[in-house]
Design a protein around this ligand. Sequence first.
Ligand code: PMP
Ligand code: GLN
Length: 388
Amino acid sequence: IPSKLPDVGSTIFTEMSALAQQCQAINLGQGFPDYPPPEALIHAVNEAMLQGHNQYAPMTGLPQLRQAIASKVQGQHGKSYSAESEITVTAGATEALMSSFLALTHPGDQVLLIDPAYDLYAPAIRLAGAEAVRVPMQAPKPGMPAFRVDWERVKSAITPRTRMLVLNFPHNPTGTTLKPEDLDALEAIVSSHPILLLSDEAYEHIVFDGQVHLSPAARPLLAERTILVSSFGKTFHATGWKVGYCCAPVHIMAEIRKVHQFTVFSVSTPMQAGIARYLGESNLPAELPGFYQKKRDRLASGLEKTPLRPLHSEGTFFLLVDTKALGSGLEKELALRLTREIGVASIPVSAFYADPEHPESNHQLLRLCFAKRDATLDQALERLQGLC
Ligand code: PMP
Ligand code: GLN
């Protein structure tokens, strides 16, 4: 049969995790913690099962979880979403994103992606029949140690066919966060172009150095056009639970729900019941930024004794490292070599570009995940120090 995604194979995350396992390498590639979710949350889910929360949840999500999400978002961004009609619980952020693309974009529409971009957006846009248009971030250079969005470039990529702009802050893989001036630029853009903003905030609770996570949902002008997507996977060290959510104005959410009801219909009931109870009782993990900042710093300072130069990470649990000292080949070749020869798996940043083999997609950067126990990080560092 003709393939709908002829040039797509396994994701880079699947590929690198499989190789890491095969080589018994330390896996700093695919982003997931090697420690468990909070014990009280695990108990809450267990109890939900024992108390009979085992049959279909309502299509839109358990009311108590939607209410808990509404309170959480109101507290974070001062934006009030109706738990009844403007919030839907999804199978991770992944399903919220896919349902949004399928529901809101049409054949002939263009969707702007800011490169490097998380790997699911472009194929999902293609499955929806729309076209991804990619706008690169400014890469780090002397005097500018982090990736930055060039909003003028984003603006000039907008055409009458542009339906949507995808945002992802804190940003995977660069760790860049959104600043007030970015929201100003977005306000200027939507004032003259009526596009939707699909805002993937999966790392919303992991921002460093005293920053506060900003969302377009916090600005009324932007909130009217924003679909806020997030997940409990990173927030609760539970990437395997696959519970996420999206929030959007009622007329947008009505369309997303039409797709959601025919893709997954509803999401695991005991997981939802447990998360709702946990969120209600102990609320949000205030210690998370500090917890991850220490890990970021541990990894960055350990890397000083290696040829790999860390860039600055403002959020997420990823750190980019500059590998120029090791030569100038394709990032993926180096990632494969380090996994096989040194025993440390990483993700080539080129995988987040349209053409990973193109020289402009290869900045000689690898992504390392620091959502690992200190002992795991230290062991990886010891191996990387062998590169000298
Ligand atoms: N968006 C981004 C930027 C991600 O990094 C991930 C994976 N961690 C997802 C979406 C998918 O989230 P989930 O596992 O909740 O589906
Ligand atoms: N979001 C995770 C990462 O960036 C991977 C999730 C997946 O494997 N699809 O590492």
